[in-house]
Ligand binder design. Structure first.
Ligand code: 5GP
Length: 127
């Protein structure tokens, strides 16, 4: 497997503090912040702080500590936003885009957390 990580991508700059973000949560290995162009009333991006291009890169090369931290951080973000069904919240959708077919724009692994309204069908027609 060969993954090339671009250290100048926008999320790398956010992690380094070179670009500001509207932070929702930060842990040792994970950062969550609001999307600059929200697609729903609640739209948060959760990213590992490590240099991973996409989900399969993260799954293959992140440490167990990083993976556990990330998974738990996503759940914590949902509870923080008040959208976790287990806490009486309205629910949410998680999206991870990877590569060309996934129409990934930023080449740093991230999960979108979307909520605040009914989100409609899972996939629109391709553009
Ligand atoms: P992708 O298409 O790669 O899954 O999603 C990238 C997301 O990053 C988009 O939803 C886009 O609005 C968001 N984004 C791009 N640049 C910035 C930025 O500088 N700050 C924040 N907070 N979000 C960004």
């Amino acid at each position: 497997m060969a993954y090339t990580y671009d250290t100048e991508n926008i999320f790398a700059k956010i992690i380094r503090g070179e670009i500001p973000c509207d932070k929702v949560l930060e842990t040792e290995h994970t950062l969550a912040f609001r999307d600059i162009a929200p697609q729903a009333p609640q739209h948060v991006l959760v990213i590992p702080k490590g240099p991973y291009v996409n989900y399969d890169h993260f799954a293959a090369e992140a440490s167990e500590e990083e993976v556990v931290d990330f998974v738990r951080a996503v759940g914590e973000v949902c509870r923080t936003l008040g959208i976790a069904p287990g806490d009486g919240g309205m629910g949410y959708r998680l999206i991870n885009n990877a590569g060309e077919a996934g129409v990934q724009e930023v080449p740093h692994m991230h999960v979108h957390v979307l909520s605040g309204r009914r989100l409609g069908r899972m996939l629109p027609k391709a553009d």
